[in-house]
Design a protein around this ligand. Structure first.
Ligand code: C2O
Ligand code: CU
Length: 552
């Protein structure tokens, strides 16, 4: 195993997008930022120097962080921000995972421009993939772009208590693509050789939208999601929620005399909410062979993307995946220590202090009707480690306060249920013993809007045992659990107006954030954390923080 070392200088970068020069926050003057390439077993050290005007942290999305919770990165959960002018070295070892992950800022909305790929190859190299070695591996990072300064966008959203304005473009590897104004020259291009196989390492780094992704006249074989291998799954459309990754093999088997768009646009799971309805594109071109030069001046072939509201296509993709079982694959634990039934939904809260442009009520989001409030004096992890009182409470409920018809939107106006849509704030965590097996039913509610929430758990992968629409029914739905080869993920797009059941073993001490990966819902409070206690020995005890650890 090796040490993979990087320096990330976070600072201002001027880029020209959508016809104008804009100043953004970026790492090493790149958008997307640098790719971290490592092998399973390697130690990764990233020296982050904050030369930007904003407080920042970096999160290594999907990395287990075994006994290194101090390096996980979510602002005020595991650490206080790296303030302007300061540095912090994130230091962690990649244990027992391989595939595509990514890194992103985890302080305010800055992840809009502070993100990049984190690629983990098998210890024995790319010959050890459980599928034929691809000719090339290509990161495809889908993102979202605002013309305005994103911190201003977030501040305006906070002051009004409403959502942020829609983004101005989606992007592929930082570029909107040639369907947008002034974007032709920057359009991402992938040159392929006919007959070869390409592994697309697709990452959804967009802030607030799930996406459909296609390449005209080409199809995919999905071999991994969220850095967990899957049974090969053939499809011509990829559906990917913010936070998720998909590794898809694509054979260059189309006619080399044409070129082809790769394209992504929103899957709008909330039918009535505004969303960015534009399409980002890249271009797949075939390398000329011999004298047979492709001279076509025809525009690239455009794929036909699913309809914005095509929930059946999204559901089919999300539920058809199963794990590839290898001798070393972890088995689904059959005994459950902590059973939780957790509603996730949107609601209202009174306008808060400082929300000067808020009229009447602010929008809010919650888990079991608790809207998460970030601490300000100390990170949860530091408070856990030192035993400091008054930063959080360990009373996150295992059940919602009321059992009702979660799919019934009209209950929002029912005075009897009205209290459910006015959400109290709290910094509540769920405390679990080291090694406990946790099962969570995540149930969407329809009080404000029916929407699919991509719920992300830090520090662990989880088994996705079952998913469905409507209200979860404990006595019948348990029969549909896949306990043999369920897909393994770190981010689950809970079906719109439906539920998902996940299970994981809490075998890593620390504070592990769980939240909706739609940035706007995180800012509204759709979050909680697991406080996992130390185990019996040194191998299950969190060591002290490193000397340069950022405190408040
Ligand atoms: Cu990718 Cu808590 O985030
Ligand atoms: Cu959400």
């Amino acid at each position: 195993a090796a040490v993979v070392e990087h320096t990330f200088n976070v600072g201002n970068l001027t880029v020209n997008k959508l016809c104008q020069d804009r100043v953004i926050t970026a790492v090493n003057e790149k958008l997307p930022g640098p790719t971290i390439l490592a092998k399973e077993g390697d130690t990764v050290i990233v020296h982050v120097n904050n030369n930007s005007p904003y407080n920042i942290t970096i999160h290594w999305h999907g990395i287990y962080q075994l006994l290194t919770a101090w390096a996980d990165g979510p602002n005020y959960i595991t650490q206080c921000p790296i303030v302007p002018g300061r540095s912090y070295a994130y230091n962690f070892t990649i244990t027992g995972q391989e595939g595509t992950l990514w890194w992103h800022a985890h302080a305010s909305i800055l992840r809009a421009t502070v993100y990049g790929a984190l690629i983990i190859r098998p210890r024995a190299g790319s010959d050890a993939y459980p599928f034929p070695k691809p000719h090339k591996e290509i990161p495809i990072i889908l993102g979202e772009w605002w013309n305005a300064n994103v911190v201003d966008v977030e501040n305006a959203a906070f002051l009004s208590g409403q959502g942020p304005t829609n983004s101005d473009a989606y992007t592929i590897n930082g570029s909107p693509g040639d369907l947008y104004m002034c974007s032709y020259k920057q359009t991402y291009k992938l040159e392929v050789v006919q007959g070869e196989t390409y592994m697309l390492r697709i990452i959804n780094a967009a802030l607030n939208n799930q996406l459909f992704f296609k390449v005209a006249n080409h199809s995919f074989t999905v071999v991994a999601v969220d850095a967990s291998y899957t049974m090969p799954y053939k499809t011509d459309v990829i559906v990917i929620a913010p936070g998720q990754t998909v590794d898809a093999l694509m054979v260059a088997d189309a006619s080399p005399s044409a070129s082809y768009y790769m394209a992504a646009r929103a899957y709008a799971s909330a039918v009535n909410l505004a969303f960015d309805s534009t399409t980002t594109t890249g271009i797949v071109q075939y390398k000329p062979v011999g004298t047979n030069r492709s001279t076509t001046a025809d525009p690239p072939v455009m794929p036909s993307l699913p309809d914005f509201f095509d929930t059946p296509t999204a559901y089919r993709f999300y539920t058809n995946l199963t794990a590839l079982i290898k001798p070393a694959s972890p088995k689904v634990p059959l005994h459950v220590d902590e059973r939780m039934f957790v509603t996730i939904g949107l609601g209202f809260a009174p306008c808060g202090a400082g929300q000067t442009a808020c009229m009447g009520q602010a929008l809010s989001a919650s888990m079991n009707n608790v809207s998460f409030a970030f601490p300000t004096r100390m990170s949860l992890l530091e408070a856990q480690f030192k035993g400091t009182k008054g930063i959080y409470t360990s009373d996150f409920p295992n059940m919602p306060p009321l059992v009702f018809d979660y799919t019934n939107q009209s209950m929002n106006t029912d005075p009897a249920a009205g209290s459910l849509s006015v959400t109290p704030k709290g910094t509540k965590v769920k405390k679990v013993k080291y090694g406990a097996v946790v099962e969570m039913v995540l149930q969407n509610t329809a009080l404000l809007a029916i929407e699919s929430h991509p719920m992300h758990l830090h520090g662990f992968d989880f088994f996705v045992l079952a998913q469905g629409f409507g209200n979860y029914n404990a006595s019948t739905d348990v029969k549909s659990y896949n306990l043999v080869n369920p897909q393994v993920r770190n981010t689950i797009a809970v079906p719109t107006g439906g539920w998902s059941v996940i299970r994981f073993k809490a075998n890593n001490p620390g504070m592990w954030f769980m939240h909706c990966h739609l940035d706007v819902h995180l800012t509204w409070g759709m979050a909680m954390a697991f406080e996992v206690e130390n185990g019996p020995d040194a191998a299950s005890t969190l060591p002290p923080p490193p000397p340069d650890f950022p405190t408040c």
